[in-house]
Ligand binder design. Structure first.
Ligand SMILES: Nc1nc2c(ncn2[C@@H]2O[C@H](COP(=O)(O)OP(=O)(O)OP(=O)(O)O)[C@@H](O)[C@H]2O)c(=O)[nH]1
Ligand SMILES: [Mg+2]
Length: 277
């Protein structure tokens, strides 16, 4: 059997026949090439442009549709007692609710107060530091926006912890790549001692700047790797929120409201920002 298939081709014609049989596509490619050479160059350019348009449209649609359908979550994050669960209740029903520290997530559809009236999934996450990482891991890739709730009344005491949590979020490769809008809700403005959004922003920029130096030093003294995390802000410049790839807004609100449990919350600024997502 094998001896048959490797027999000596003999004459020149036999050799050519054999070559042709070995490359059945060569003949076809050659005929296409000749056909193209005979065509008008403008016609060929037209075909190439049309193909390019189809490919670009396909890639664009794939990217656009996947990012639209997957990322529809608005995450409420922040330290314990910041007011996430009360804000969750106020945004959904407007009602005041007595809360207890959360130990798991809860979610519900939220209709934004805009003409478009887009519906997002509002997700309240527990603030306890032992639970935070696992819940962030679970929801970070679905985030369209992150509402970072700060207790403005005891901000001075918590500034370091708030900055550490923000650093954790803002050096995460998934969060930086998806760049969900970051809304810093400076809550509990009904309390007289509450710090303004402007002051909170300035202090956080300062604290994050310090944190960046200490964290980078700690990493380079180990093995020089950055542990898969992203550098915060711009190298060689003091940290500012404007250096981040996402839209960042600082706003003031009060989930409790100035009239307490009976009255309405003061969350217009937050609702307006959510309407723009
Ligand atoms: N004065 C005042 N109190 C608030 C405000 N928002 C929330 N609180 C109170 O702060 C406490 C904590 O609120 P939660 O909503 O449970 O806090 P949380 O962020 O969900 O806390 P964890 O679930 O532990 O992460 C509750 O007693 C709320 O009534 C506010 O705007 N002003
Ligand atoms: Mg809670």
């Amino acid at each position: 059997m094998e001896a048959d298939s490797v027999r000596d081709p003999g004459t020149m014609e036999e050799k050519a026949d054999l070559e042709m049989a070995e490359n059945p596509f060569e003949q076809y490619i050659e005929s296409v090439r000749q056909e193209l050479e005979n065509q008008d160059p403008i016609f060929i350019i037209g075909i190439i442009v049309a193909l390019a348009v189809v490919v670009i449209t396909f890639v664009f649609l794939k990217y656009f549709l996947s990012s639209k359908t997957v990322r529809s979550a608005v995450l409420l994050v922040g330290l314990c007692d910041a007011g996430k669960t009360l804000l969750f209740s106020r945004l959904l029903s407007g009602k005041f609710k007595r809360t207890q520290t959360s130990i798991t997530d809860s979610s519900a559809p939220y209709r934004a107060k805009s003409d478009r009236g887009s519906t997002w999934t509002l997700i309240d996450l527990p603030g306890h530091d032992s639970l935070r990482p696992q819940y962030m891991e679970k929801f970070k890739s679905a985030a369209r926006a992150i509402v970072f709730v700060v207790d403005s009344a005891i901000f001075q005491k918590e500034v370091r912890d708030v900055a550490e949590f923000l650093y954790f979020l803002l050096t995460d490769p998934v969060i930086i790549r998806n760049a969900p809008a970051l809304l810093l809700a400076c809550n509990k403005q009904d309390i007289t001692m509450a710090k303004s959004a402007k002051l909170i922003q300035q202090q956080l920029e300062k604290e994050l700047n310090t944190l960046r130096v200490t964290r980078s030093a700690a990493l380079s003294s180990q093995d020089g790797s950055v542990g898969g995390s992203v550098y915060l802000g711009k190298k060689g410049k003091d940290f500012e929120f404007s250096q981040l790839p996402m839209k960042v807004e600082f706003l003031e609100c009060s989930a409790r409201g100035s009239k307490g449990e009976e009255g309405n919350a003061d969350i217009d600024s937050l609702e307006k920002s959510l309407a723009k997502l």
